[in-house]
Design a protein around this ligand. Structure first.
Ligand code: HAM
Length: 487
């Protein structure tokens, strides 16, 4: 039986655009991924869409579909996150994608942008009309709600948990800012620190290193506690109040509701004013100053470099003391934070529990994928079958399906050629799928044999069907890495 000798397939695909370049979406295009193709995965890689056939139904603005290549890139990040969580002792947790609105209003703060402007409110169409729900804009408040609801305070403390999943914020969509985005969220509840603060900062940095972003830095601050922050905020309000006429309108509004946020305004008109503003790091009470010094000492002991940034205040109200954000070096614009977190020693009590300290972070996975793509490094393994069952008789689909089903039942990743096309075309498709072997069904099947073709080595031999599963498993069970130069 003859078959064209194909080149060995590549096992990983970059996120490719129709023009063949590794894809980074155009700035401002928050819907970009729907138009990306997945390189060698599909039958017609990169085929431009015919504009006359464009569907009128589309994913909502600010959301996007993760097609297989990009889903694989996310999957890789999720696997690294899950592996790190095991190594560091953070156990998996899941909370609902929507919660009572009060969880976020009380937890994150009614005067924050996230709650005031960006919450997706959910109204049921019938029943339970009095419930007011919202899609989760972040995971911390829901996890703390679960900690209180299920009495996790009775477990050995701290309770260390992590989840990966989608979050929702009704923000203005732009590059790196979506209405549905993915976070890896990690929380340690019940530990006042300072050592766990350093553990989390180090864990965040390790994630970036392991995914392939070596230049991520951490910016660190302490934003005080209920003893020292109120007088600091009063001082800040007085300071900005003296310069009220110089404030842009949006900042003037913020001065009334959340003066801390003026500090990290990216408006150039605020730069000089902010540089001369009173600094929280110089107004910390003694316990907060000691805590901050101890966090830094722990980071020093781990050899972790960090930059103290007194203007870093975070956008959620629950923070106390330690606050931190992760950036690629030189990319510290507001939209560029790859992740952030901090201590929330008042949140458990705020949501109905006993006073309990807590700290955590969330890393934005969409932004990590974008950063990797910008480096041309958004390679992700798309799983390939070890073999595809093909056949000399185009119409013998039941036979091909039966043999593939037996191999799948034996635990192997095996494709079945179910189209009624010629053997040559079937083999070409098997190569496109990235299979190492083709199991070729022909006349020999009558006495229990098949041809096993090594698509990468151009060799072929007759093997008993009864031995096939064991043979494929011995050969790796999954596609071995193609040899260098054979792609
Ligand atoms: P956050 O700073 O609001 O913190 O979000 C964390 C990260 O999520 C951001 O640094 C960014 O990478 C990503 N992110 C936020 N909004 C968007 C968006 N619209 N589109 C794409 N990515 C986005 C929190 O969410 C806290 N819950 C973190 C935390 C956990 N603090 C304590 N524990």
């Amino acid at each position: 039986m003859q078959a064209a000798m194909p080149a060995s397939p590549s096992r990983s695909v970059a996120i490719a655009r129709p023009d063949g370049r590794v894809g980074v979406p155009a700035l401002g295009d928050a819907r970009m991924v729907g138009s990306w193709s997945s390189g060698p995965v599909g039958d017609t890689p990169g085929r431009p869409l015919d504009s006359t056939l464009m569907p009128s139904l589309r994913a909502p603005r600010g959301t996007r579909d993760l097609l297989p290549a990009e889903r694989a890139a996310f999957g890789r990040l999720e696997r690294i996150a899950a592996d790190l969580a095991v190594r560091y002792g953070y156990r998996p947790i899941e909370t609902p994608l929507f919660e009572q609105g009060a969880v976020f209003e009380r937890g994150i703060g009614a005067a924050t942008d996230v709650v005031e402007k960006e919450l997706f409110r959910v109204a049921p169409s019938r029943g339970e009309e009095r419930e007011r729900w919202a899609l989760r804009p972040e995971a911390t408040a829901g996890i703390v709600r679960a900690y209180v609801e299920h009495g996790l305070a009775t477990w050995p403390q701290p309770v260390k948990v992590a989840l990966t999943g989608p979050m929702f914020r009704y923000d203005r969509p732009q590059a790196g800012r979506y209405r549905q985005f993915w976070q890896w969220d990690v929380e340690a509840i019940g530990d006042p620190g300072p050592a766990v603060d350093a553990e989390l900062v180090e864990l965040g940095l390790r994630f970036y290193r392991e995914v392939g972003l070596a230049d991520v830095e951490v910016l660190l601050n302490s934003i005080g506690d209920p003893a020292c922050r109120p007088p600091y905020i009063a001082e800040l309000r007085a300071y900005y109040g003296r310069h009220e006429t110089a404030l842009p309108e949006v900042e003037r509004e913020r001065l009334a509701t959340n003066p801390l946020r003026l500090l990290d305004s990216k408006d150039p008109a605020m730069a000089a004013l902010n540089a001369a503003a009173p600094r929280i790091t110089e107004r910390l009470c003694a316990p907060c100053a000691d805590h901050f010094a101890a966090v830094r000492a722990h980071l020093d002991a781990l050899g972790i470099g960090y930059r103290v940034e007194p203007a870093l205040v975070r956008g959620l109200d629950y923070y106390t003391r330690t606050a931190f954000e992760f950036y690629r070096s030189g990319a510290e614009g507001q939209q560029q934070a790859l992740g952030g977190g901090g201590r929330y020693d008042g949140l458990v009590q705020l949501l109905g529990g006993r006073p309990t300290p807590g700290i955590g972070f969330a890393l934005g996975l969409d932004r990590v994928v974008l950063a990797l793509a910008a480096d041309g490094a958004a390679e992700a393994e798309v799983p390939h079958p070890v073999a595809v069952v093909v056949g000399a008789d185009p119409s013998a689909t039941a036979e091909r399906l039966r043999v593939a089903t037996e191999l799948r039942a034996a635990g192997l990743a095996v494709g079945a050629e179910l189209a009624r096309r010629k053997l040559g075309r079937q083999l070409e498709a098997a190569v496109r799928e990235g299979a190492h072997y083709a199991v070729i069904l022909g006349d020999e099947l009558a006495d229990g044999h098949v041809q096993l073709r090594d698509l990468w080595a151009a060799s072929q031999k007759l093997v008993p069907l009864a031995d096939l599963a064991a043979l494929l498993r011995r050969k790796g069970g999954a596609s071995p890495q193609p040899r260098e130069g054979s792609r």
